[in-house]
Design a protein around this ligand. Structure first.
Ligand SMILES: Nc1ncnc2c1ncn2[C@@H]1O[C@H](COP(=O)(O)OP(=O)(O)OP(=O)(O)O)[C@@H](O)[C@H]1O
Ligand SMILES: [Mg+2]
Length: 170
């Protein structure tokens, strides 16, 4: 198991080409957390920046209940780890392994549409909505979106409406 200062890591929940995801506890407040770590022991600056970008984008969306909370980014060896909320969610790809009741499906769909509308109203596009990136809590029915790694945050600078008559080259 990995050893990150300040955290008790209890188990791995996912491993992909780029990342490993663990469950654990933050020692200072005993909060249950999920920790996303870059797989590469010596990541490039570009990879580190992308990881930081994911944290920054989510930090701006924390007022939306349906977006997972990101608590902090911590150093881990030469790389970094994102520490996020563990609200006991299960990703929908696991949930549908044994089928899904129609009632659950509609509940999920309606919640998701509402969450995406809130994300879009903050000028952010997730760009990777799929069962792996949607969490569902079986006890409460609460839905949350994760993995903003390739999301697009429209900056204020980009929001200027350009008169098509005066568009450069137009
Ligand atoms: N906060 C969380 N709570 C519960 N499970 C989580 C959480 N964050 C991630 N996971 C689990 O880990 C998986 C991968 O997380 P994430 O999508 O952030 O990483 P990834 O590297 O993009 O993975 P992939 O490339 O497979 O999409 C999710 O599909 C989900 O099963
Ligand atoms: Mg993902």
């Amino acid at each position: 198991m990995i050893d990150i200062t300040g955290f008790e890591v209890s188990g791995e929940i996912h491993s992909s080409r780029r990342n490993k995801i663990y469950r654990g506890l933050r020692q200072e407040d005993r909060k249950p957390v999920v920790i996303k770590v870059l797989n590469d022991e010596y990541p490039s600056l570009e990879e580190l920046n992308k990881f930081q970008y994911e944290y920054e984008v989510v930090s701006k969306l924390q007022q939306i209940d349906g977006v997972i909370d990101h608590y902090q980014v911590v150093d881990y060896g030469n790389t970094k780890a994102i520490v996020m909320e563990d609200y006991n969610g299960l990703s929908v790809d696991h949930l549908i392994e044994n089928g899904m009741a129609l009632k659950t499906f509609f509940h999920l769909a309606v919640e998701l549409v509402d969450i995406l509308a809130q994300i879009h109203s903050e000028s952010c596009i997730h760009k990777d909505i799929k069962p792996h990136n949607i969490l569902y809590n079986l006890q409460t029915g609460q839905v949350k979106v994760i993995d903003f790694s390739i999301s697009y945050q429209l900056s204020r600078v980009n929001q200027t409406v350009i008169n098509p008559e005066r568009r450069p080259g137009g």
